[in-house]
Write a protein of this length. Structure first.
Length: 391
């Protein structure tokens, strides 16, 4: 047992032992109801690492008296799935239920996910898929329609403290751990129970009589931020960065900017987003914003990191503080809509080009004057388009 990782040894065996996820496990909540009814339901468990997806799948299978077969989409292929289905048929003949738990289900391609559909539909298997990615993008629609998507949240700091404290008590170690060290373990975990327990185990294995924050720091090293450049967290943080600038919150803007930089985001990507923001959200309220953002992008290109951090924070602060105007953006959307609805409306004669005498005789450029701000009495828009503005 000592060779089994602490996180595995401390894995809860019943719903009552699970710490956190009260929105799913509280009295009357969905997982409690599923277990109480003894009727398994196909589920997609969406949540960050260490939030309890595997644990809950195993407990559900056990509580509904089904055999739980586990496969990983990372290492399994079509033949593995076929073996599971054949085993499920044998269970069916013996009047036994089969819960198939697929870890990292988003790694299966469309064809592989399609293979589950008839067996989920017939009730041969109850599918529980676990994913860290947004199932809206990674799981096929027919499978989503046959499953309930449950969102698991990162553990709160209080949850992690309870998990670590419980593990310390269960271990019965002769070594002592300070409350400050437990608090620090929770801070470093990022809501991941597996990380917290792994760091606890490493800390206990250090040659020290008492585990302190300094011991934890040595054992844990630096925690890598949970930020995937192509995943859900990437888009969420970028979205929060833009919305914070839009809302003129300098503190939030710089916080999300720091998260992107710490996670190794391409500084040119950040700078490009700010160039777009300068036109889209500031626009005519601050004509100097676009020039500042462009100069910032060029500076980032030429200087490189880490010195470019000054430029990014400078530009982000200025854009967050700037007055905002959606006038340009709204006018652009209106023009794009009209051009799509009236793509073939004839250009008024007085605005047409007249390189020949015949064209002039037909009225091209008639009564038009080459003067600054000249307002032609016949207007500038085709009649059908102009009517849209007069409505």
């Amino acid at each position: 047992m000592e060779r089994v990782p602490l996180a595995e040894r401390m894995r809860p065996q019943t719903l009552d032992e699970v710490i956190g996820q009260t929105h799913l496990l509280g009295q009357g909540e969905i997982l409690r109801q599923i277990v109480k009814s003894k009727e398994p339901v196909s589920l997609i468990l969406w949540g960050p690492p260490g939030s309890g997806k595997t644990t809950l799948a195993r407990i559900i299978a056990k509580e509904v008296e089904a055999e739980c077969i586990e496969i990983s989409a990372v290492t399994s292929g079509k033949k593995d799935v076929e073996k599971v289905i054949e085993h499920a048929r044998q269970n069916w003949n013996l009047q036994l239920r089969t819960v198939l738990f697929v870890d990292e289900i988003h790694r299966f391609n469309k064809a592989q996910q399609d293979a589950f559909l008839p067996h989920v539909e017939s009730g041969l298997i109850t599918l529980i898929g676990a994913t860290t990615e947004n199932p809206s993008f990674e799981v096929i629609t027919p499978l989503l329609s046959r499953s309930r998507v449950l969102i698991l949240e990162p553990h709160s700091k209080a949850d992690i403290i309870n998990i670590v404290t419980h593990a310390v008590e269960a271990l019965g170690k002769t070594k002592h751990i300070t409350d400050e060290a437990i608090d620090y373990l929770a801070e470093l975990s990022g809501g991941d129970a597996r990380v917290a327990l792994g760091n606890l185990e490493l800390s206990f294995n250090m040659d020290a009589r008492k585990v302190t924050p300094d011991i934890v720091k040595v054992a844990a090293q630096k925690r890598v931020p949970g930020y995937d450049k192509k995943g859900e967290m990437h888009y969420n943080v970028v979205s929060a960065f833009i919305k914070s600038m839009r809302g003129s919150s300098v503190e939030a803007t710089l916080y999300y900017l720091s998260r992107m930089i710490d996670a190794g985001e391409d500084p040119k990507f950040i700078a490009r987003r700010m160039v777009i923001f300068a036109s889209e959200d500031i626009g005519l309220a601050g004509n100097g914003a676009l020039g500042l953002a462009l100069n910032g992008f060029q500076a980032v290109e030429r200087i490189g990191m880490p010195e470019s951090s000054y430029v990014l924070y400078h530009v982000a602060t200025a854009l967050a503080r700037s007055n905002k105007s959606r006038e340009t953006t709204d006018l652009m959307y209106r023009a794009q809509d009209l051009s799509k609805r009236y793509p073939d409306s004839p250009v008024p004669l007085h605005l047409r080009n007249a390189p020949t005498k015949l064209m002039k005789d037909l009225g091209y450029t008639k009564d038009y004057k080459w003067e600054a701000n000249f307002q032609h009495t016949k207007g500038f828009l085709p009649n059908d388009v102009a009517s849209e503005y007069s409505d």
